[in-house]
Structure formats: C-alpha cells, structure tokens
Design a protein around this ligand. Structure first.
Ligand SMILES: Cc1ncc(COP(=O)(O)O)c(C=O)c1O
Length: 359
C-alpha cells in the first residue's frame, strides 16, 4: 500500500484556523462569555415556537430557495427577491462571495485588524489577501484601501462597524471611496452589527447598494436578532451578484428551523430592537465607565468595545477570566469585550478598573 496521503490544495497550507470565542467555564469562577459578540438575551418565546414547530419535520429537507424568508426580507427592505441571497450565517455568504469572485492570482482587500474570517476564506479561495492597516484612530483607512486596488483586485471588504474595534466609516467618506473603486470590483459592506449603530452619519448599506451594482451588503440574524446558533445570514446585491451567490451556496444549507425563526424574528422586530436599545444603553454605560477609569476607548457603534492593550493583552484577558468574564484577546494587540448582561458588564468593568490601578 502506498504511503502518500491524498493530495490537498496547496492553498490550504498555513490557513489560520478560526478561533471561536472561548466559552464560559461550566464550573469554576468564570460565569459569563463576552468573547463572541453574541446577544445575551434568550430566544423570544414566539421565535422559539416557530423553530420548534419546524423541528417537527426535520426528517425533511428545508425549502432550498428559502422562499418565505426571501419574501419577508424583500418586503422588509424594499428590494426585489432576486437581489437577495441567503447562507449559513453571513460568514457562509462571505465564503460564497469569495467563491463567486476570487481565485488564485486575484487579490482581496480588507482593513486589518478586522473580522478574522476574512483572511481564512480568502486563503481558502486561493486568492491573496491585501491587508490595509487601520488608522491610528482604529478606523478603516479608505484612501489607503483605494490606493491598494490593482488590476487583480476582485473584492474589497468594508466592515462597518468594524470587528473588533467597533469603529465606523461615515457616508461622505464611504461614497468618496466607492467613487474610486472600478465598477468591476465588488465591494462588500459587511454590516453584521448594523442594528447597533446610532450615529446618523453612518449610511445604511442597503441605501448605498441601490445605485451601485458593484456593492453587496451582508447582514446576519446572529447578532441583533439573537439567532447565532441557527446560522442564517443574507446578502443584498444586484442580480448578477445575487445569482452567483445562489450558485455557490451549499444546497439546503439554511435549515428550516433557521428560516422559520428568522421569519418570526422579522415579525417580532419591535421587541427585538427594544433589546438592542437596551444593549446600546449598556454600551454607553460601559464606554463611559472605561473612559472614567482612564482607558482610551475608540467610539464603538457595535455590541462590543475594544481596548488596544499591546503587550498587556493576554494578562488583561486572564484578569477578566479570573474575575468571571471571558473576553476575546488578540495577543500583542488588544482585546474585544462584548456588551452582555448588566452583571457581566459590571464584572468586566471591575476587572478593568483593578487592572488599570496596577499599571
Ligand atoms: C463583521 C462580521 N461579519 C460577519 C460575521 C458572521 O456572523 P454570522 O456568520 O453568524 O452571520 C461576524 C461574526 O462575528 C462578524 O463579526
């Protein structure tokens, strides 16, 4: 028998593995998980009922075309059904976008640091990542990103608000940037945290895409709508792009539970957005308290805060864990903490204060 192993694509070598947020320990001191930007509220009863009703027929495949959800989304956002494509979370849709646009020899531009799935899905596609550092203010450097465009550029991610910094790009600068992008390069506005934005100068990507055929908007049910575990996200884009996304989708990827829960969530939007409002109020409280302790906190429009801690990052994360909250450290750079339950946020603030005093 031959000893050679099956041949795998060379592009897979060195692909960083996606690090999920560390879970809260089941026993011991750690009680709260603030490491994955999840929604701390439990599912709404009505949404749970829809999902459980769908569970009664999980011997059947789901509706592959997500007909009910697509119709609901089209109505909710005032876009044609043909402009919508769904996927297994918005990260699934992002991967479909890469498959639809990019391969070996092509370039994908994104800010760095940004969402950690971008380098992974880019490398898996065979394309080359072009990372453009955030500005000193932790914001996308859109001029530098436009300067980085070459003939090989196929796709550009603009993460707005940016994960993990929470910072945003505003209307005028985004429009100016989009005017500089060639019409055959796809710009993906990743708006996973859109519902948490309160800055009126931040444009709604769905308004921007209408006049721009090379703009695709990514949204998710995982954050504001609290369906992270069910895996459903979607894109809004003009027909050629949306159609390509349907071609690159995993057949039957979005479960019926997810589809029905998403529809129920859209119908319960008022209640869910009330919860988002409470999280935004908590965000204001946490940011003000951190600044009061002396920390530099970039303006966040998402459900998390970012502290650039440099060499002290892992120590800070360990101190938080010791206190009872798990945050998301990026060693040598900084840490991101999700806005969670009030009690969790309080523990985080106490840990941050104690750490600060020891500096
Ligand atoms: C910026 C950004 N985009 C997309 C996603 C993917 O979310 P999901 O695949 O759950 O929709 C995340 C999740 O953390 C994110 O932070």
């Amino acid at each position: 028998m031959s000893e050679t192993s099956p041949r795998l694509r060379a592009e897979l070598e060195g692909v960083p593995t996606y690090k999920p947020g560390k879970p809260a320990a089941a026993d011991g001191p750690v009680a709260y998980k603030l490491s994955s930007n999840e929604n701390p509220y439990p599912p709404l009863a009505g949404v749970m009922e829809s999902a459980l009703a769908a569970a009664g027929s999980f011997n059947r495949y789901p509706d592959m075309a997500c007909t009910g959800l697509m119709a609901e989304l089209a109505d909710r956002f005032g876009v044609p059904v043909s402009h919508i494509a769904t996927g297994t979370g918005s990260v699934g849709v992002a991967q479909q976008l890469l498959q639809a646009t990019s391969g070996p020899g092509d370039e994908v531009i994104y800010a760095w640091r940004s969402f950690e799935a971008y380098p992974i899905i880019t490398q898996v596609s065979g394309a080359t990542s072009v990372r453009v550092p955030l500005t000193d203010g932790e914001v996308h450097d859109l001029d530098a990103m436009a300067d980085a465009i070459t003939e090989r550029t196929r796709l550009i991610f603009v993460c707005n608000p940016n994960n993990p910094t929470g910072t945003v790009v505003r209307r005028a600068e985004l429009e100016r940037f989009l005017d500089r992008v060639p019409s055959d390069v796809l710009v993906v506005l990743d708006e996973a945290y859109r519902e948490f934005i309160r800055d009126p100068e931040v444009p709604d990507g769905i308004e921007i895409y209408r006049d721009r055929p090379n703009v695709c908007v990514l949204r998710t049910f995982s954050k504001a709508y609290g369906l992270a575990g069910l895996r459903v996200g979607f894109a809004v884009a003009h027909e050629p792009v949306a159609a390509a996304l349907r071609k690159t989708a995993v057949p039957f990827g979005v479960s019926q539970l997810a589809q029905d829960a998403a529809v129920a969530s859209l119908r319960a939007e008022d209640e869910l957005m009330g919860r988002v409002g409470s999280l935004v109020a908590e965000r204001t409280r946490v940011v003000e308290a951190l600044r009061g302790q002396g920390w530099t906190v970039p303006e966040t429009q998402a459900n998390f805060v970012w502290l650039r801690l440099g060499d002290r990052t892992t120590d800070f994360a360990a101190a938080c864990e010791q206190a009872g909250v798990v945050v998301r450290p990026f060693a040598g750079e900084g840490m991101r903490a999700t806005i969670g339950e009030t009690e969790a946020n309080d523990i985080f603030l106490q840990a941050a204060e104690a750490f600060r005093k020891e500096l």
